[in-house]
Design a protein around this ligand. Sequence first.
Ligand SMILES: [Zn+2]
Length: 187
Amino acid sequence: MTEAAGRWLAGGGARLDDPVLLRHAVWAGIERGLPLQIHTGLGDPDLDLRRSDPLLLRGLIERAEPSGVPLLLLHCYPYHRQAGYLAHAYPNVYFDVGLGLHYSGAACAALVAESLEVAPFAKLLFSSDAWGPAELHFLGAELWRRAMARVLGGFVAEGEWSAAQAARVAAMVGADNARRVYGLGAP
Ligand SMILES: [Zn+2]
C-alpha cells in the first residue's frame, strides 16, 4: 500500500489508476457502509469499452454482497442489459442509464425500455448524468421523462399495466429508489 502510494505520488498524484490503491479505496468505502458508484460502459474517450462491461465486476459484487452495501453501476450503455441482469441477480446491485440518454436523444425510449426488461423496478435509478454544462441536467431530465412516458404509457395503452402501476414505477425510478439507497429520507 505504502509503496503503491509512493509510486502514485511520485508520478504527480493525478489520475488514480494504481490497482492496489483502487482496491484499497473500494474496500475502505465498502467497510464504511458507503454506497459505491462505479462508472461502466461508455464515458471518457480514453476508456477501453471492452473492459467496461459490468459483467466483469461479478467477483467484486459477490465478495461485497454480504456487506449489504449498494453497488451502483452508472452509465452502463451499451451494457445496460447486462447491468439489468446483474441488478436482477444480485441484491446489492443497482444501475442507471444516465449519459446514454444524451447520446441516444430521440431514440432514448428504446434504451429506457431495454433497461426495464429484466431489472427489478426497485433497482433502476434515474440519472441526468450532467457532467458539464448546467443545460445537461435539464436535457437528461427531459429525455428521461419523455422516454418513461412513452415506454410506460405504451404498457398502459396496450392494457398490460394500469395507470397507477405506471405512476408508481415512474416515482420509484425517478426518486424513491435513490432516496432509499442513499438514505436521503422523505422529500
Ligand atoms: Zn457520469
